[in-house]
Design a protein around this ligand. Structure first.
Ligand SMILES: Cc1ncc(COP(=O)(O)O)c(C=O)c1O
Length: 335
């Protein structure tokens, strides 16, 4: 097996994978792929940096600011700072520039929509003149209603949040601009000399299986997205009911919305619960959870908030809910 997928052609990805990715987006209706270039990466984690680096390289007359509005996926900051590039640095909050960029540093905004940790749909105003990377890791119908086909200049997707095969390390970037596409692809060549062919094969097979599960129509309730939505909707409802009368903890607000994929209004089914500790003395919300045996993560929003993942095995989710119920009950009986 060579580095390349075809003899005598510098092609890193199998045609089958690229085709199934386009077919999947076409079936789900969550992103435009027609006349767009696709770069596959070793997870979207590789592509986040590949795109940031490439944009900074294409603006290399000035140092670029990498920004994200809190709460944001923590890897944006950790990865950017760790790589310590002379081309860009992490500057946290986005400025909303419009018009000509001459005379100021370039800005590269990372925006997860739906967001990790709080599952909110995010979009920057259309007249913004800076680069925006839309990370659509969670923009799949089991995790968030599909309200339109996303058509941004740069969009990232990952297999990890579609089927849960995070260990296969397959992500992809959908890019409008040819120059940027070539630069991002070159990064993948220099960084990992392509993407595991075994993983490409597995991803192709998985995606084909999803598509096949809907071969009898989108309303097929045996399809993967129907199954995922049912599980996550019920998990969200469980977490809501545990916290609904608690004055100590509050949960992010999510509303039902119309989903074009399911052709109906659907209840929220986020991958994460984003919890605020309201009591003055609970200055470290993650520590409060840990004291009850619950592991949560902070996400660039100070210590008052903690994120609990709902994307876990059923038995682990049951342990989580049992511990959370106990913590809430303890609080109620001590007040
Ligand atoms: C918003 C977001 N983007 C990207 C990633 C990384 O995905 P991958 O497994 O493809 O590297 C994650 C993983 O949790 C994520 O939450």
């Amino acid at each position: 097996m060579s580095y390349l997928t075809r003899d005598n052609a510098a092609i890193l990805y199998t045609d089958a994978l690229l085709r199934t990715i386009r077919d999947l987006h076409g079936m789900v209706g969550n992103a435009v792929t027609k006349d767009r270039y696709i770069v596959v990466g070793t997870g979207s984690m590789q592509l986040i940096n590949a795109v940031v680096h490439s944009l900074a390289l294409l603006n290399s007359d000035r140092v670029s600011s990498v920004v994200a509005k809190a709460p944001y996926y923590s890897a944006y900051k950790v990865q950017t700072e760790y790589l310590d590039s002379p081309l860009f640095n992490f500057a946290r909050d986005p400025a909303r520039f419009t018009g000509n960029a001459t005379g100021r540093g370039a800005q590269i905004e990372l925006i997860a929509s739906p967001n990790n940790p709080d599952a909110q749909i995010q979009e920057v105003p259309q007249n913004i003149s800076e680069h925006v990377i839309y990370d659509h890791a969670y923009n799949w119908p089991h995790l968030s209603p599909i309200t339109k086909a996303s058509d941004h200049d740069i969009m990232l997707f990952t297999l990890s949040k579609i089927t849960g095969h995070a260990g296969s390390r397959i992500g992809w970037a959908i890019i409008k601009d040819y120059n940027l596409y070539r630069t991002v692809q070159w990064y993948v060549v220099l960084n990992t000399l392509g993407v595991s062919h075994e993983s490409q094969l597995r991803a192709t097979q998985l995606i084909r299986t999803i598509i096949k599960s809907y071969s009898e129509g989108i309303r097929n309730e045996k399809g993967l997205f129907h199954y995922g939505r049912e599980v996550l909707e019920s998990r969200w409802a469980t977490i809501q009911s545990i916290l609904k009368n608690s004055s100590r903890f509050s949960l992010q607000e999510l509303k039902p919305d119309y989903c074009f994929f399911f052709a109906q209004i659907v209840d929220p089914s986020p991958g994460h619960a984003w919890i605020r500790c309201n009591y003055e003395e609970d200055v470290d919300c993650a520590a409060v959870m840990l004291s009850a045996g619950i592991i949560g993560r902070k996400f660039g929003s100070g210590n008052r908030f903690v994120r609990l993942s709902l994307l876990k095995r059923r038995s682990h989710f049951e342990i989580l809910t049992a511990r959370l119920t106990k913590l809430v009950a303890q609080t109620s009986s001590s007040t």
